[in-house]
Design a protein around this ligand. Structure first.
Ligand code: ADP
Length: 428
């Protein structure tokens, strides 16, 4: 038996699984306890919803799960999209067999910290769910949530059925205390209308909306990786503002994403340096920040650091270095992240460093973005003349032709006055 934890030995006296509810039959009570026992081992349950099918909900669910797993979190990916369970196809797991322990189903291990379970593993044929009546669907979803033995997880990403009907309703009701929902849409006005319904649906059920993702927003050229807006994009961001929910970013239409899905190689893991994978990393940032926000000890430690920093600010120079794979990125406009290194140039010492995920690529954005983050100097491999003058307008000094070394080494040499630079390799 894999299930060692029991509600009887749990010390949480306020948990509703301790007592039978008025009117609840004994078998219903036992079933509810089993469900709560499974789910209470999971710290954050996040539902991925969409107003309608085909907007990329499952693709986003897979890549959010993979991105969280790559951040070192233990993650479960649960596909309860009863009419179109596509996770087995997206991860090339269609031939996987689910192991059981008698009373529990074991999720399929995938890519390090990630485990996967899909209702698709259990359906006899692709059309099996179509013939089920409403109560049967509810029963299947409940049994499925109750019987999967995840063990301890940081995150469970639940790929829910689309729309705002009975099936997503069952999922929201059965998942106790969800951390919230991520809602996926496409930029088209019709899809946005459906998202408004999804947000209202979450509000009615008291499920916090963690944010909206605009998928298939712009096109990534398979040759050069450049992002082009072919349709109007930005509608989801405006709508999120109007409805007062966070906007988690745009995911472009990326042919490589489809190929990766077909090959069962989750995009965010195998193409980590692309704009699309970066968009997924940006999307999870506010979700991880919420988790961090729940840690007051860490927050107060950071306040002390900030206050000390304010005192030292007067002599501080903030050096920005574009980084990809741990080293200075030659193409600063397409880097993964920036090292922001604080140095006292008079004392020739480095006082601190933070790594910040790069913003979505938009021409002309970076100088302002880095100025807002207090940068005074940017050290780059290559940079075009236009970009150099935009940095200068923001009072950021530009150093080009720096070697592709680790940012700490570059900053130390810069501070010591020993950084040697070569040719500006940028040709545009
Ligand atoms: P849903 O779960 O909303 O029904 P899926 O995730 O199954 O949608 O995606 C539908 C189709 O669109 C799939 O073939 C998937 O590969 C493709 N797709 C989803 N997002 C993107 C994207 N950003 N770029 C390219 N293709 C995508």
């Amino acid at each position: 038996m894999t299930d060692k934890k029991t509600c009887d030995s749990c010390s949480d006296a306020s948990c509703s699984s301790k007592t039978q509810l008025p009117g609840e039959k004994l078998d219903q009570f036992i079933e509810r306890q089993q469900l709560m026992r499974r789910l209470c081992e999971i710290k954050h349950k996040i539902m991925v919803l969409s107003g309608k099918g085909g907007v990329g909900k499952s693709t986003v669910a897979v890549n959010l799960a993979v991105t969280l797993a790559r951040e070192g979190k233990t993650v479960g990916l649960l596909d309860v999209d009863i009419h179109g369970p596509s996770i087995p196809r997206l991860l090339n797991l269609e031939d996987s067999r689910v192991e059981g322990t008698g009373e529990a189903l074991l999720p399929v291990p995938f890519d390090g910290n990630l485990k996967v379970m899909s209702i698709g593993f259990l359906l006899q044929g692709r059309d099996a769910a179509v013939i089920w009546r409403g109560p049967m669907k509810y029963g299947v979803i409940k049994q499925f949530l109750k019987d999967v033995e995840w063990g301890k997880l940081d995150y469970l990403i639940v790929d829910s059925p689309p729309g705002t009907g009975d099936e997503p309703l069952s999922v929201c009701q059965l998942i106790q205390d969800p951390a919230g929902a991520v809602i996926v849409t496409t930029p088209q006005e019709l899809a946005l209308l459906d998202v408004r319904k999804s947000i209202t649906f979450c509000r009615q059920l008291n499920v916090p909306v963690l944010g909206v993702i605009e998928n298939m927003s712009g096109f990534v050229c398979p040759k050069c990786g450049e992002l082009t807006n072919i349709f109007d994009s930005g509608g989801a961001e405006r709508m999120a503002k109007e409805m007062n929910v966070p906007f988690l970013g745009r995911i472009p239409i990326d042919p490589a994403l489809v190929l990766a899905c077909d090959a069962g190689t989750p995009f965010a893991a195998f193409h980590a340096e692309t704009e699309t994978a970066k968009a997924f990393r940006r999307a999870i940032r506010p979700i991880l920040d919420r988790e961090r926000g729940a840690d007051p000890a860490r927050d107060s430690a950071e306040t002390v650091v900030l206050e000390t920093r304010r005192e030292e600010d007067k002599n501080m120079t903030r050096i920005a270095i574009p980084v990809a794979q741990g080293r200075l990125s030659a193409h600063f406009g397409h880097c993964e992240e920036f090292a922001l290194i604080d140095a006292d140039l008079d004392a020739k010492i480095i006082r601190g460093k933070e790594m910040v995920a790069a913003p979505e690529h938009q021409p002309g954005l970076l100088p302002k973005w880095l100025a807002e983050r207090g940068a005074n100097v940017i050290i780059a491999g290559g940079m075009g003349m236009r970009a150099q003058s935009l940095f200068t307008e923001q009072n950021i000094a530009v150093v080009v032709g720096a070697p592709a070394e680790e940012p700490d080494a570059i900053a130390q040499k810069y501070v010591a006055g020993t950084l040697t630079t070569g040719t500006n390799i940028c040709d545009h």
